[in-house]
Design a protein around this ligand. Structure first.
Ligand code: AHG
Ligand code: MN
Ligand code: MN
Ligand code: MN
Length: 333
């Protein structure tokens, strides 16, 4: 009978690994897990409450916003905000930064994608939430500003995601390996289900939106052709798996091995995915699990951010697969 370890208990155990921890990061992680429970509550009954369909607005990304995008965004801001254990936040759905409620503050920065895979909400396909946590750059939380939200991904103190799928799983790392917790609705807790996740060095799945074929650069087309060739020795052809929710594609590849690519295209010269609350947190998780994450040339975690919503090409997953994809992107194959 395996031990029932709640995510909160796991946070406390991990805190003991940092001798001078004050417990503030643990508290913030509690709040993120709590917010995930609130979002889950609506996602799993989306058809019964008025959160399907379009909100009738467009966000800073130029995307048509779905009601669940806004609902998740509001829930996370309020759930995290009420305890104020952060100094400043950034969200996909907010053009500017988000300050804590007055006279509340903390020494952490939270960046998040409240609802990833919005195009899949109304059709009952897995969606997710992605989060990324940094320490303030200065020592006065009252002076927190956009620069605290623009730190390199390698400065993250913790990151993770929640996948609202056939089961709801929260995966996070605070630098001591990657751990997954499955939500048990009968007790309302996230319970440890995937301890110390490591990703296979090589996979058999590739996730690229081939619908963009005519937008793809030749280097990417050559890579896809390579994956489709018959070659027993290198386990080709790979199978294609593309869900349209980054979190769901990433989570499958993390567990089974594989590569997710959203490359630079003729239409999106910097790709589509956002560095601060999609690529960086998943790159942190991926590297902690032994995988690799780059923009085709440079390590994602080394990219020096210039703006909150900047985009980046993303090659992420099994190390050997990402290395081969990079050789194609760099014209070496
Ligand atoms: P979001 O719903 O947070 O805006 O993110 C959607 C992203 C990502 O989840 C997914 O991998 C990608 O958009 C799919 O883009 P395409 O439809 O262009 O393939
Ligand atoms: Mn979006
Ligand atoms: Mn997203
Ligand atoms: Mn989103």
């Amino acid at each position: 009978m395996n031990k029932l370890i709640t995510i909160e208990r796991h946070f406390v155990e991990e805190q003991k690994l940092n001798p001078h921890a004050t417990g503030e990061l643990t508290d913030l992680l509690y709040d993120v897990a709590f917010a995930a429970k609130l979002v889950r509550r609506e996602v799993v009954r989306a058809g019964l409450v008025d959160i399907l369909g379009m909100a009738g607005t467009t966000n800073v990304q130029g995307e048509e916003v779905k009601k669940l995008d806004l609902f998740a965004n509001e829930k996370i801001i309020n759930a995290i905000g009420q305890h104020g254990r952060f100094a400043i936040m950034g969200s996909e759905e907010n053009e500017g930064t988000i300050a804590p409620p007055k006279n509340e503050t903390g020494k952490y920065v939270l960046l998040f994608d409240p609802l990833d895979g919005s195009s899949n909400i109304d059709v009952n396909v897995s969606v997710g939430t992605i989060f990324s946590i940094y320490r303030l750059t200065g020592d006065n939380p009252k002076k927190a500003d956009i620069n605290d939200c623009l730190q390199k991904g390698l400065q993250q103190v913790a990151a993770g995601y929640v996948i609202y799928g056939s089961s709801v799983v929260m995966v996070y790392s605070s630098g001591h390996g990657v751990h997954g917790f499955t939500y048990d609705p009968t007790i309302g807790e996230f319970l440890l289900s995937h301890e110390n996740i490591t990703t296979p060095k090589k996979g058999k799945y590739y996730s690229i939106n081939e619908g963009s074929f005519h937008q793809l650069h030749d280097s990417t087309i050559n890579y896809i052709d390579y994956l489709k060739e018959e070659d027993k020795e290198t386990g080709r052809p790979y199978s294609t798996r593309y869900i349209g929710s980054l979190v769901a594609d990433f989570h499958r590849n993390l567990l089974t091995g594989g590569i997710f690519v959203y490359p630079a295209t003729k239409k999106h010269p910097n790709g589509k995915l956002r560095l601060m609350y999609e690529a960086n947190p998943l790159a942190f998780i991926c590297e902690q699990a032994g995988g690799r994450a780059t923009n085709g040339r440079e390590r994602i975690l080394d990219i020096d951010p210039a703006e909150l919503h900047q985009r980046t090409p993303l090659y992420i997953g099994s190390e050997d697969d990402v290395l081969i994809a990079e050789e194609f992107e760099q014209g070496k194959r």
